[in-house]
Design a protein around this ligand. Structure first.
Ligand code: ADP
Ligand code: MN
Ligand code: MN
Ligand code: MN
Ligand code: MN
Length: 370
């Protein structure tokens, strides 16, 4: 059971000045596709420059290490893994009195010999994005998730016994018998904007207790970076409220929608006149890799891709304009304008976005080999 924090008491301490120091939260991905973080103090007194005048960048943040045997990433005898800072955001969870801000620093992980850790999917993704940088790949990911009330081990707002009213009124709904947990959604939204994440919107989802936020458009490697930090903030905000977040793609069995990470995608050519034909060609290429690509599209995604509940069936690749039961959908307005972006609806809510964005670029842009 979550221990509620005492926000009033805590605020007394958070008003204390932190002198010439900033708190830097190092964030990384563990061996279970989960998030870990720990804090380090950095001294801003560099020569005669005063703290408030220092504009630090991610390159100023030192590498660090951690115990990989406690994160499913190493054996006990050689457990020191390396954290390399790769992206930096302002920390909304530790507001600072001075104009200098505390920071969130996303890191990727390396073995002691300097090679990327096998669970470091960012490394490969970054190389792929660099190789196709001239295509200017943009992504927008719709992260669906469910809030869980740990006291009764049910989605937030569900009765302890039995079920809520069936699906129908909840999606984008309003009102006290329809929406459960909007505090968390609003707090997370503002926290992301403060951090500098390109959060493009939020909505209440189809199942009571289920929500979505969208991050994007982001070019290349930034998509994975920003989605992971947005997930970190969601976990932390929900922790404050004593509520659990699940990214499982089918959190409740039965006639209830699952949860996905629809991945919207375009290249420069798709966004320009004639883009629709470029998209159709790309979709043809993606169809050839359907089963191979699905392997990286989330654990337990087979429970979700049933062909019902606004999904395409896992056994066959399909696509269509405005079709929400296809693997890949071209939004109606894109079809009308003849350019824009497509939506890969197959990725599950628990994907690693580094894996999925790399695969989409590779599958859609690699020459076809028969
Ligand atoms: P849906 O209608 O499927 O619910 P959303 O509005 O939730 O769609 O999400 C659409 C996503 O597409 C947003 O994250 C947005 O940033 C992204 N997006 C918009 N234009 C582009 C583009 N040209 N390329 C890639 N992604 C885009
Ligand atoms: Mn220790
Ligand atoms: Mn959406
Ligand atoms: Mn949705
Ligand atoms: Mn969608």
């Amino acid at each position: 059971m979550a221990i509620p924090s005492n926000a009033t008491l805590l605020s007394k301490y958070l008003r204390l000045d932190q002198k010439n120091k900033i708190q830097v939260e190092y964030i990384w991905i563990d061996g279970y596709n989960g998030i870990r973080s720990k804090t380090r103090t950095l001294d801003l007194a560099i020569g005669s420059v005063t703290a408030t005048a220092v504009e630090i960048t991610v390159d100023d943040i030192p590498e660090w290490n951690y115990d990989g045997s406690s994160t499913g990433q190493a054996q006990g005898h050689d457990a020191d893994l390396l954290l390399r800072p790769v992206a930096m955001f302002d920390d909304p969870l530790r507001p600072c009195l001075s104009t200098t801000k505390n920071k969130l620093v996303l890191c990727d992980t390396y073995l002691p010999d300097g090679t990327p850790h096998p669970t470091n999917y960012r490394y490969h993704c970054k190389n792929t994005m660099a190789a196709y940088a001239h295509e200017h790949p943009w992504f927008g990911i719709e992260q669906e998730y469910m809030l869980i009330d740990k006291k009764i081990d049910k989605p937030l707002g569900w009765p302890q016994h039995g079920f809520p009213e069936p699906q129908g009124k909840y999606y984008c709904g309003v009102g006290a018998t329809t929406v459960f947990g909007r505090d968390i959604v609003e707090a997370h939204y503002r926290a992301c904007l403060y951090a500098g994440i390109n959060l493009s919107g939020v909505n209440v989802e189809v199942v009571p207790g289920q929500f979505e936020f969208q991050v994007g458009p982001c070019e290349g490697i930034c998509m994975g970076d920003e989605l992971w930090v947005a997930r970190y903030l969601l976990e932390r905000v929900a922790e404050d409220f004593g509520i659990e977040v699940t990214l499982h793609p089918k959190p409740v069995q039965g006639d209830w929608n699952g949860a996905g990470c629809h991945t919207n995608y375009s290249t420069l050519a798709m966004r320009q006149d004639g883009g629709l034909a470029v998209m159709e060609d790309a979709i043809d290429r993606m169809s050839l890799h359907h089963f191979e690509d699905l392997a990286a599209y989330g654990e337990d995604n087979d429970l979700r891709l049933t062909g019902y509940h606004a999904t395409g069936h896992i056994d066959a690749f399909s696509y269509g304009i405005a079709n929400r039961r296809a693997s890949v959908r071209i939004p109606r307005h894109v079809g009308k304008e003849g350019k824009g972006y497509m939506e890969d609806r197959r990725p599950a809510s628990n994907i690693d976005p580094y894996r999925v964005t790399a695969i989409i670029v590779e599958s859609s842009l690699l020459p076809i080999s028969y």
